[in-house]
Design a protein around this ligand. Structure first.
Ligand code: ZN
Length: 325
């Protein structure tokens, strides 16, 4: 049995791409480490937001598909995504969200930790949790962020899922990936891998009556777990098979290699390798500044650039300078 090491990235569906960039870079202070296109829908962006160096585990990515309409939460679709922030930083974050006109819910204590829930401009459920990341996560502050380094988001801490029947999903999380139930609180059961620190958690709630969720603006598209390299990925792929999953073959995503499957309640799960990483096709100092295309789309670059909306950092710069757009 070879466990995954934690969350690798999470991909969600956004509305307008400029609003998406303004929020994740301008408000949350993440770095856009890659600007690419959806490989299956090449007239739309795929935007990647992460820490200063684009470490695996820090990366929330988006398909901005405004015409898709809103998604809905429910069975078969991953729920709230929580980020790890340093202990004692939620006061800073409440002020920052307030300054930028972002509404947030009252602070909660979950599994003994302080949590600030809120939503992004497109209705995606988010939270900031004061906790520590696991050893081996890797985190580099982004020095150009509007958020001071000591308060910056460290990684993707956890993700929520609501299921009608917990047994199949719990067994699959354990046997395919190595997540074990480690604690319960109220309606929530926490599944962890490794140390169970920020980045190594899945929170599950049972609701026999829950209706099906649906993909759309503001919903999580899939969650990817981390594997070291291709041999590790093949082992986990084998575990997915023996756990009753139907994994794809390994797909080369350039910045990592991926295998997709659905867990028993229908939510899409990926495993992705740590390498080669985002600096494989761009200078590490200039990640995300130009549109990166898969090689087979290079011949159509001009046509693709013509249909994609122009994205600017103007609002971000204004925010970082202290003004609120
Ligand atoms: Zn993915």
């Amino acid at each position: 049995m070879k466990n995954v090491t934690g969350i690798h990235h999470i991909t969600a569906i956004a509305g307008d791409p400029q609003e998406n960039l303004d929020f994740y870079v301008g408000v949350l202070g993440l770095r856009m480490v890659k600007k690419s296109i959806n490989q299956d829908v090449p007239d739309t962006y795929h935007l990647f937001f992460a820490d200063g160096e684009g470490h695996p585990g820090t990366d929330l990515t988006f398909f901005p598909w405004p015409s898709m309409g809103p998604g809905s939460r429910g069975a078969g679709v991953w729920g709230e995504v929580a980020f790890t922030v340093p202990d004692g930083s939620l006061d800073f974050w409440e002020s920052r969200l307030e300054e930028h006109g972002v509404q947030f819910s009252p602070r909660e204590t979950r599994f003994g930790e302080a949590v600030l829930p809120f939503e992004d401009p497109h209705g995606m459920a988010l939270a900031l949790v004061e906790t520590t990341v696991y050893e081996g996560q890797g985190f580099t502050p982004w020095l150009e962020s509007g958020v001071p380094a000591e308060f910056q988001i460290q990684n993707l801490s956890s993700v929520r899922i609501v299921v009608r029947d917990p047994a199949p999903t719990a067994a699959f999380l354990a046997n395919a990936y190595g997540f074990e139930e480690s604690s319960r609180e109220g309606e929530w059961r926490r599944f962890t891998v490794g140390e169970g620190a920020g980045g190594q958690r899945v929170d599950l709630r049972v609701d026999p009556e829950v209706t099906n969720g649906k993909w759309g603006v503001g919903s999580v598209h899939h969650v990817a777990f981390r594997v070291d390299d291709e041999p590790h990925e093949l082992e986990v792929r084998e575990q997915i098979l023996t756990s009753g999953g139907h994994p794809t073959q390994i797909i080369d995503r350039f910045w990592f290699k991926s295998v997709y499957t659905r867990e028993p309640s229908g939510a899409l799960v990926e495993i992705a390798t740590d390498g080669p990483g985002f600096a494989v096709d761009e200078d590490a100092a200039h990640l995300g500044e130009t549109l990166v295309l898969p090689p087979w789309y290079e011949g159509q670059r001009e046509a693709i650039e013509n249909v994609l909306p122009t994205l600017t950092y103007a609002a971000v710069a204004e925010r970082n300078a202290g003004g609120v757009a």
